[in-house]
Design a binder for this molecule. Structure first.
Ligand SMILES: *Cc1c(COP(=O)(O)O)cnc(C)c1O
Length: 433
């Protein structure tokens, strides 16, 4: 069984002549698994088709946003209806209020919200706000957590960087990261030490509630609460970067699932239903610092874009329905349980996890290894085995993230048959690895 990718190869050659590396975001280039990427022509429901006409069950889903699947009819209808009324006005619309009200109703920690156009913009602006509100300069991030590509956050930043094996990026002057402190994820002692030394200078701590840009690493019991307690104690803000976990771990994100109350929340991905949207949000008293309500400047020509607002609104309205959300979560759990079963049959050690509608698994170099941090992910993940698994799954029509250090996603469109087909493919592949 060999499928052809010749048209994808041709198109990628052409792309490389005019786009650096042939892509507009690095992980798409498949460097983590070798070979060249599939050029995608079409998506519908749980499936994508490449330029050679091959169909794949898609567990990347545009890296998370497409929680209803590709081209969900209600999303397409809403975008189409809005497009006919104009694509952007640069003036306020009722749609922005509607999406804001929807998010506030779903996410317990949020009282006010500012829409932007990407997750990167959201985290960058949330940190500006934390600094403006506290009058302090230093921020803490965790090694292996990715918060977009703003200069001050491009320190030990996981995924794309991890996949490429780059240290930090050239072009980021040391002065811009001078106020960024880094601690190991899941290590309470490490962050206590930073607070002990710098406590009164720390504006905020930004964290992915699940570290899902270095694979899939759950917070250990009590870890997020420890961050909440420490930040309160020292007058620093706790910033949950829920760009990925938002509306995926539960309809109320990780904060809803685990009952932690962050000061600020960053959103992206699902909130735009497949269109470019991000947001930062939080307590009213803090959000009132943002211009024009307050002095902290932040703006955007296309922010609150009407097409993006309607796509987000329809998407959130769907997953607010408990039975739909639970169906996606149930399929996620079934896929992960099946992967564990299939790997154990083949005596291949893996570490798998899931929360709500997202999941991840590592191939481990040896049984018994436990990945809880960036250091352990780098040390124990069997990336070479993953690369072989990835391409063999592609051959069998299953498209997973092209890196061991990325999470996977489920949608409302994935059926039990899709899960069964995926597990049958994995069983065949793992028995040969
Ligand atoms: C994807 C992601 C971002 C960046 O969002 P973009 O829209 O790609 O800029 C930030 N934080 C987390 C946790 C993410 O997963």
């Amino acid at each position: 069984m060999t499928i052809t990718h010749s048209r994808s190869h041709e198109l990628f050659e052409a792309a490389q002549r005019v786009l650096p590396g042939g892509v507009n975001s690095p992980v798409r280039a498949f460097r983590g698994v070798g070979g060249s990427p599939l050029m995608i022509e079409r998506g519908e429901g749980a499936y994508m088709w490449d330029a050679d006409g091959n169909r794949y069950i898609d567990y990347v889903l545009s890296w998370g946003p497409l929680i209803l699947g590709h081209a969900h009819p209600a999303v397409v209808a809403a975008i189409t209806r809005q497009a006919a009324r104009g694509t952007s006005y640069g003036a306020p619309t009722e749609l922005e209020t509607q999406l804001a009200e929807q998010v506030i109703a779903m996410m317990p920690g949020i009282e006010q919200i500012r829409f932007v156009n990407s997750g990167t913009e959201a985290t960058m602006s949330a940190l500006r706000l934390a600094r403006a509100y506290t009058g302090r300069s230093k921020i803490i991030k965790f090694s292996g957590c990715y918060h977009g590509h703003a200069d001050m956050l491009l320190v030990q930043a996981g995924s794309g960087v991890a996949t490429l094996g780059l240290p930090d990026s050239p072009g980021v002057p040391a002065s811009t990261t001078a106020h960024t402190l880094v601690a190991e994820y899941n290590d309470v002692a490490a962050i206590e030490a930073l607070f002990a030394e710098h406590g009164s200078d720390i504006a905020g701590v930004i964290v992915e509630p699940i570290a899902a840009n270095m694979g899939f690493v759950l917070p250990q019991p009590g870890y997020l609460q420890a961050l909440r307690d420490l930040t309160r104690q020292h007058g620093a803000l706790l910033i949950f970067d829920e760009v990925m976990t938002g509306f995926r771990v539960s309809p109320g994100g990780a904060q809803g699932a685990w009952g932690i109350d962050p000061d600020l929340t960053c959103l992206g991905k699902v909130i735009g239903g497949g269109l470019p949207v991000g947001a930062y949000a939080g307590k009213r008293a803090m959000m009132q610092t943002v211009a024009p309500a307050g002095p902290m400047y932040q703006a955007g020509t296309l922010s609150g874009n009407p097409l993006a607002m309607v796509a987000g609104l329809v998407t959130l309205q769907h997953i607010q329905q408990a039975d739909w959300f639970n169906q996606i979560a149930k399929r996620t759990a079934a896929l992960v349980a099946g992967m564990e079963q299939v790997a154990s049959e083949a005596s291949i050690p893996i570490q798998a996890g899931h929360a709500g509608t997202m999941f991840g698994f590592y191939f481990l170099k040896e049984a018994g290894q436990a990945i809880t941090s960036y250091a352990t992910a780098r040390a124990y993940a069997h990336t070479e085995r993953f690369a072989r698994f990835f391409w063999a799954m592609i051959e069998r029509g299953v498209y997973m993230a092209p890196s061991q250090f990325e999470a996977g996603f489920m949608s409302l469109a994935h059926s039990q048959e899709d899960i069964d087909m995926t597990l049958a493919a994995a069983r065949a592949v793992l028995s040969e690895l």
